[in-house]
Write a protein that binds this ligand. Structure first.
Ligand code: CO
Length: 300
């Protein structure tokens, strides 16, 4: 008998608690400037950008993957390269800068925004994206909270994950064949990420190599290594979100200094593969995972 009375009381207390829990957010949500004003959640993807029309498919498929991971959350896209933005604007395609995209989102009432950089390494481009995003967090009546996702190669576990994700997507290669990944490369200390990636790849497959267009290791560093190992054919694969200008020209292009021509001159047959990382869903998923991690930081 006493137990029944106690459980009836408990039920009444629970019901009251539930009513309050349902009513409170509605009350607190009143007024735009209120401490608990309603939140509006959005995502901004930032790519360097590309002027190569076929390369846009890699960015589009990354965006679709982000939209699938966050149903109902608007996903916007910005290009961080002003050179690319101006070049494509002249051809009739308008893309926002990260600052413009964030300003638009602030004006549209977004309160919580996760920014995911589609860079491969935490170099200068990434630092600029982060600084821009953080600046928006400091603006009165603007976006209340911004969280920035890490680039592809950031934590040690990211480097192992990137190696594990890309290896099964590479062309099958037999004895005498190698795969050379083309990273961008930079003078920024983050260039060391490529050496870390090389080590992670070698743990699984000693015939997959990494070189960079603009820094170290260069293809010139790599050619003597390939020759010593008796490599006769090398698949060339861009290690960038898109197979854009660098992939089409510096890697596979017909001009004198292209990787394809340098390899030919060294007696190695080049086989360029013009597919960006964004078009390899297993690799693209890593950026999406980083986006999810950053989004959790918003505490929504
Ligand atoms: Co470049």
């Amino acid at each position: 008998m006493r137990q029944t009375a106690a459980s009836a009381l408990l039920r009444a207390v629970l019901a009251l608690t539930l009513c309050l829990a349902l009513a409170l957010p509605a009350l607190a949500g009143e007024g735009e400037g209120g401490k608990h004003a309603a939140s509006k959640h959005g995502i901004l993807l930032v790519a360097f950008g590309t002027s190569v029309p076929e390369a846009v498919t890699a960015i589009d498929s990354l965006k679709r993957q982000a939209e699938a991971a966050f149903p109902g959350v608007p996903v916007r896209l910005a290009y961080s390269s002003s050179i690319i933005r101006h070049k494509i604007a002249a051809e009739g395609t308008i893309k926002s800068s990260p600052a413009q995209a964030l300003a638009d989102m602030a004006a549209e009432g977004f309160t919580h925004v996760t920014v995911q950089s589609l860079q491969t390494i935490p170099g200068r481009e990434f630092e600029d994206v982060r600084a821009t995003a953080e600046a928006f967090q400091a603006m009165p009546k603007g976006i209340r909270q911004v969280s920035v996702g890490r680039p592809l190669l950031f934590l040690p576990k990211d480097i192992d994950a990137a190696a594990a994700a890309i290896l099964p997507t590479l062309p099958a290669h037999k004895k005498g064949e190698a795969v050379v990944l083309m990273g961008h490369g930079t003078e920024h200390p983050a260039n060391a990420a490529y050496a870390a990636l090389q080590l992670a790849l070698w743990k699984q497959d000693p015939s997959v190599f990494v070189a960079t267009v603009e820094s170290t290791p260069s293809l010139d560093d790599l050619i003597p290594v390939l020759k010593r190992q008796g490599v006769r054919t090398a698949y060339l694969v861009p290690f960038m979100s898109v197979a854009g200008d660098h992939a089409h020209n510096d890697m596979a292009g017909a001009e004198h200094g292209s990787w394809a021509n340098k390899l030919k001159a060294a007696g190695i047959t080049p086989k360029p593969v013009l597919v960006g990382l964004g078009s390899r869903p297993a690799v693209a998923q890593l950026w999406i995972d980083h986006l999810k991690d950053a989004d959790k930081e918003l505490g929504l």
